[in-house]
Ligand binder design. Structure first.
Ligand code: SF4
Length: 652
């Protein structure tokens, strides 16, 4: 047996895997237990494909390099773009950023984490000076008096975390649906979709008005309190109830509970995937600071990272605006340092590129990239306004996809390269706690499959790229440490084999990572969703996950038990809405937004609000409807709320 970690979510549960792919572990969810089936998926990619037919590696790589050269000769370096993923190991994420900027000389690189954690990353860095999902060990949650979860459903997305949450005396859940997590809660704040920011402002208002704030902490450890409170003045309880639909009684009860420390405030995608996601997370940070929680033993503020390497994926430079070590790509000192490590001149490093949705939207346009290389992502399912994204992917002159199975994006590609997956490879991942863990090779991959690192190595070699593109993850990690040295996220103390936390397991106990060591309140105001309900589209759509599936579903849809349990997309709607539409359980309904229309079976549930429907996003469907309105700072699309029309589909 070899010790490694689950391929899916950011908890990165440890597991022992035998050479034959048998899993043994103490605690896993259903996805983790069945993960080995993806190693043996019947349609596993085992040979390169060129134009849909089997090819040799030399043929596929030579063609890729020829097309890259032709396109860059005609359109310049930015004619080729790269799209990465938050599930890639630290080494892959790092080498991908270097590959784009040094081997391809393109500024056009971003990744699917832009759709996931980007709003939290901006808000948390702005407030605390450093961006780590949980700046304390997850076990601390079990010791809290109260935990407030804003837009998180760990009972389905990361079930083992619930054990820790059960240790807390009181659980408050903010969610428009009575999710599995909300059903465990002592208090469920079932708000109108898109009003999380008003809710957080209303909670801050109560904390101040009822004198529940921690004045000593605010004076000693923070700046900017007065301006942030001024913004919350307009959110007195009755007005907050009118906007959010949450009764005043529950608002007051929640603030009183949080004020009895130790307490923790956590956000996740529900409050982050909005065109005002940064401000929404900031409003919850302001609430936590007013109550004196962040940087206090047993208390704190955190964000629950989603993807397997959601944390490490955003630290090593696969973001459009970032160099390794979470450095700003515009910072001359950062550019000089990273250029030294990479053996190039700082002036040869490109500047910032387009964010993920803007990049996808620009593909094949007059001034956009003509070629795209995709690693560890399935944007043909996961990007908002999917029909438009697919249209842009079809407009490309060249699409290359590295994947383990023929995902929807891979099926559109000119060249598909079959790559190794979790138990077949070595590397490191960084958990939601900021803990670096070792992924170890436990099983032998199919003979003609290579790692993403080998793909980058081979492409860089054929492109005569300067510098080292070793495919050896241990050596890549050593270089990653040097590149991160002295940056906001510094991996130099971390050992490849034994792992560890950057900055230690608990951050901010003595000082925050800002220049003066104090956390920042940032004043934020409420604005309604980018698209509100109206006569034509009278119902809110919100999206999310189910227990059995992960992200775009490319892996979990191929696992028999998971597929049997939830075999396809559906729309969840309230019995009253179903009655108005004369729709029964399982009936086909059409859900339409301004961007598209899908027909899915109905699931009737009193757990969803009367004015809202819910769709999971693990299949092509939900994202045909979602709104790509972007947050001005994080460039996060508004995946969590848009306006739709729901109609019964009658057989003719
Ligand atoms: Fe895997 Fe996450 Fe389930 Fe753990 S909770 S077994 S990491 S999917």
């Amino acid at each position: 047996m070899t010790r490694t970690h689950c391929p899916y979510c950011a908890l990165q549960c440890g597991m022992d895997v035998s050479a034959g792919g048998l899993i043994s572990a103490e605690s896993l969810c259903q996805k983790g237990w069945t993960a080995a089936e993806v190693l043996r998926a019947p349609d596993r990619l085992t040979t390169p494909l060129v134009g849909g037919r089997a090819a040799t590696w030399d043929e596929a790589l030579d063609l890729a390099v020829t097309r890259i050269r032709e396109i860059q000769d005609a359109h310049g370096p930015d004619g080729v773009a790269v799209f990465g993923g938050g599930g890639l190991t630290n080494e892959k994420a790092y080498l991908l950023g270097k590959f784009a900027r040094v081997a391809l000389r393109t500024s056009q690189i971003d990744y699917n984490g832009r759709f996931c954690m980007s709003s939290a990353a901006v808000a948390v860095r702005r407030a605390f000076g450093a961006d780590r999902g949980l700046p304390f060990p997850a076990d601390d949650l079990a010791r809290a008096e109260t935990v407030l979860l804003a837009g998180a459903n760990p009972a389905e997305t990361m079930p083992p975390l619930v054990r820790r949450l059960r240790g807390a005396k009181r659980l408050i859940v903010v969610d428009p649906r009575a999710t599995a997590t909300a059903r465990l809660a002592d208090v469920h704040l079932q708000l109108t979709p898109g009003t999380d920011l008003a809710l957080a402002l209303g909670l801050l208002h109560i904390a101040v008005a009822d004198d529940l704030i921690d004045a000593g902490y605010i004076a000693d450890r923070t700046r900017g309190f007065a301006a942030a409170v001024a913004e919350s003045n307009a959110y007195w309880p009755e007005r907050t109830e009118r906007i959010t639909g949450v009764p005043v009684r529950l608002l007051r009860e929640s603030v009183r509970a949080l004020a009895r420390r130790p307490a923790v405030v956590l956000t996740a995608r529900g409050s982050e995937q909005h065109a005002k996601g940064v401000d929404t997370v900031t409003a919850f940070v302001n609430l936590a600071l007013a109550l004196g929680l962040p940087g206090r033993p047993g208390s704190g503020f955190g964000t629950l990272t989603g993807q397997g390497n959601g944390q490490g994926g955003r630290e090593h430079g696969q973001k459009a605006d970032q160099l390794p070590g979470c450095r700003d790509i515009r910072d001359p000192e950062a550019r000089a340092h990273v250029a030294r490590v990479w053996g190039v001149r700082p002036e040869d490093l490109p500047g910032p590129g387009r964010s993920a949705y803007e990049l996808l939207q620009s593909l094949g346009t007059e001034d956009g990239p003509r070629a795209l290389l995709v690693f560890g992502s399935n944007p043909a399912v996961s990007a908002p306004e999917t029909a438009r994204v697919r249209e842009r992917l079809r407009a490309l002159d060249f699409l290359l996809v590295c994947d383990v199975v023929p995902s929807e994006t891979a099926r559109m590609a000119d060249v598909v390269l079959p790559v190794t997956q979790w138990a077949e490879e070595d590397g490191t991942m960084t958990t939601l706690e900021g803990r670096v863990v070792r992924r170890r090779r436990a099983t032998v991959p199919p003979p003609d499959v290579r790692s993403d690192l080998e793909v980058m190595h081979e492409l860089a070699r054929r492109l005569d790229a300067p510098g080292d593109f070793t495919p050896d993850p241990r050596r890549v990690f050593a270089e990653l440490r040097r590149a991160s040295a002295g940056g906001p996220v510094d991996y130099t103390p971390i050992d490849y084999d034994t792992g560890g936390f950057w900055g230690g397991p608990r951050l901010f106990l003595d000082r925050f990572a800002t220049e003066d060591g104090r956390a920042r309140f940032v004043p934020v105001g409420f604005r309604p969703p980018a698209e509100d309900v109206c006569a034509d589209y009278p119902v809110y759509l919100t999206t999310g996950r189910v227990l059995q599936h992960y992200q775009s579903g490319a892996q979990t849809r191929r696992v028999r038990d998971l597929d049997r349990a939830v075999p396809g997309p559906f729309v969840e709607l309230h019995p009253e809405l179903a009655a108005r539409l004369s729709v029964a359980q399982g009936d086909a309904v059409r859900v339409s937004s301004r961007r598209g229309s899908v027909v899915v079976p109905a699931r009737i549930s009193a757990g969803v609000r009367r004015d809202t429907v819910f769709m999971p996003f693990h299949w092509p469907g939900a994202n045909f409807l979602t709104n790509p309105a972007l947050d001005p700072l994080s460039r996060m699309p508004e995946l969590k709320v848009c306006a739709v029309r729901v109609e019964a589909v009658r057989e003719s």
